[in-house]
Ligand binder design. Sequence first.
Ligand SMILES: Nc1ncnc2c1ncn2[C@@H]1O[C@H](COP(=O)(O)OS(=O)(=O)O)[C@@H](OP(=O)(O)O)[C@H]1O
Length: 291
Amino acid sequence: MNERMDTIEIFDGIRFPGFMHTLESLKAACAFQFQDTDILLVTFPKSGTTWMQQVLSLIFCKGHLWPIHHLPNWARMPWIEQSSFSSLLPKLNSSWPRLLTSHLSAKVLAPALMKSKAKVVYMARNPKDTLVSFYYFHRIAGFLPEPGSFEDFVDEFLEGTGFFGSWFDHVKGWLGLQKDLNLLFVTYEELHQEPRRTIQKLSEFLGQSLGPEEEDVILEHCSFSFMSQSSMVNYSLLSKEIIDHSQGKFLRKGIVGDWREHFTSELDEKFNAVYQSKIGDSGLCLPWTMD
Ligand SMILES: Nc1ncnc2c1ncn2[C@@H]1O[C@H](COP(=O)(O)OS(=O)(=O)O)[C@@H](OP(=O)(O)O)[C@H]1O
């Protein structure tokens, strides 16, 4: 077992797994000096981060794999809050803008971000599917303490007491800054349902023009089936080795609506009541139907 596997860092009242974060790395992220040319992908965990990391890096490669095929997603677009960040930052491709990733909340990251004109891609996913994906991830990542029942996990998610804090606060915080930041909001569902249109929207936001053939190659190289076979999309947090995706662990199902296989009607009602109380009156227009 990694010696930090059972440690937890608490930062701004939020729990972070200690094997990837230290208090120093979390504080350093909040003081990070963004450049105007930086591109920051922000997500709540399990919202399609790895998928979007693949799409964004492919846009800059015009769909080609050779500039990135040797680099796992975490080295191509490192998480600014992780302890490995300071060693990865100098290795980023110097002919591109810096492509960065974060799971941090708007509250802690926005002050640093607002000092620059960096572009932010904020990706979110139906919270019920996010929750289900997160539940399984807790098992493969070896987060400790191990999650109890699925019902307990739902309670923790609704209370926002789990790792990375509250999904509701995360989405509300970042989308509340749409006017203050150069931010594009993208959902997992739209990338799933209209991948070409979503890639066009992203490339336009990033100022990268793509031809139809380049779009075709990007579509192929970011598909679930392609990424499932790629050893460079992620690596095991436990063993620090490249994950064998053919075993279907990290890229688990990659579908919209898997929550229906997991939520009882009672759990669903409980979830919808909290969703309504936290999001319903927020004025945010989110694209999911909760039933
Ligand atoms: N290409 C592609 N197409 C569709 N879905 C995809 C793709 N790549 C990753 N995924 C799914 O995204 C889920 C993992 O989310 P994250 O990458 O955000 O996880 S993490 O926060 O970086 O740990 C996880 O969702 P679930 O399958 O529902 O668990 C992955 O399967």
